[in-house]
Design a protein around this ligand. Structure first.
Ligand SMILES: [Zn+2]
Length: 292
């Protein structure tokens, strides 16, 4: 009987162990920096700006009585967001309100750092508030992912949730008025936002859509019914300009490039057809049962 594997087997085990360590290391790194690259900040329309990274979005809405920042990316995206706010000529200390679409680490991760730098008040839906305050822990997430969060691999520094809102509530900072729409499904507290911006003498309706994707790692009993309702809510919102928390979904770069040469730089961002197509595609994906 052989007690030890052959030398060739030992080499193979050694190589596989190294490969596994490299892959785990890369994965850990990706969860920390999110594979995010810095992106040029820009004005979308009026007082509405993009300040996010190459893919995870963050938005700045400015006003005379203080600014609002919507979403914060990964923990390490916060410094990119702060650099973008400064590059646009605004002061992080003038940010008075922080908002979030949903509390997964790619959108809630940087909130604590932004809050620390600004002193801003964080508003969240009831379900999101619990998860945000727990650094991303969420009872609807499957156990292996929660375990990774408990040992500090996933998760993020918890921000302080100052206020909770209900579906349909409005958040005001001087003349800025944002309406919260709970569009649950991706998570229970998933929040889409609608608000007007001014472009010259016209008013444009903006909708920030919360993630509509179906995750195999996050489920709860009322999820299917919530999704059906969320699609109805999203279809009912008038949208001239639409965005989501992942920039590739709303064509950030394509629209930004088109904007830089357009006669009216706002025009490439006006995309009601794209909004409807996005909802159609998300609803079709949901009904197909495909997950990602
Ligand atoms: Zn998510």
């Amino acid at each position: 009987m052989r007690l030890f594997p052959k030398p060739r087997m030992l080499v193979l085990i050694g190589l596989l162990t190294m490969l596994a360590l490299v892959l785990v290391g890369r994965w850990l790194n990706a969860t920390k920096v999110g594979g995010q690259a810095p992106a040029e900040p820009f004005r979308i329309a009026g007082n509405f700006y993009y300040v996010g990274a190459s893919d995870v979005s963050a938005f700045l809405i400015t006003g005379p009585e203080g600014h609002v920042v919507l979403d914060a990316g990964y923990p390490t995206t916060a410094r990119l967001i702060m650099a973008s706010i400064a590059k646009l000529g605004f002061d992080i200390k003038d940010v008075k309100v922080l908002l979030n679409s949903e509390p997964h680490p790619d959108h809630g991760g940087g909130l604590a750092a932004l809050q620390q730098a600004s002193g801003a008040q964080l508003w969240a839906s009831d379900a999101s508030a619990d998860s945000l305050a727990a650094g991303g822990d969420d009872a609807d997430t499957i156990l292996p992912l929660r375990a990774l969060l408990w040992i500090g691999v996933l998760g993020y520094p918890p921000p302080r949730v100052d206020h909770r809102f209900k579906d349909g509530d409005t958040i005001r900072v001087g003349p800025i008025v944002l309406t919260a729409h709970i569009t649950a499904g991706h998570t229970r507290g998933c929040t889409s936002w609608s608000f007007p911006v001014h472009d010259g003498d016209r008013v444009l309706n903006v909708v920030s859509v919360c993630d509509t994707g179906v995750l195999a790692t996050s489920t709860y009993p009322e999820q299917a019914a919530d999704r059906e309702r969320s699609f109805r809510v999203l279809r009912s919102l008038p949208a001239d300009i639409w965005v989501t928390a992942h920039a590739r979904w709303w064509g950030r770069y394509r629209k930004f490039v088109a904007s830089s040469t357009a006669k009216n730089p706002v025009e490439p961002f006006i995309d009601p057809e794209g909004y409807r197509a996005f909802i159609d595609a998300a609803e079709a994906e949901f009904h197909s049962g495909r997950m990602h």
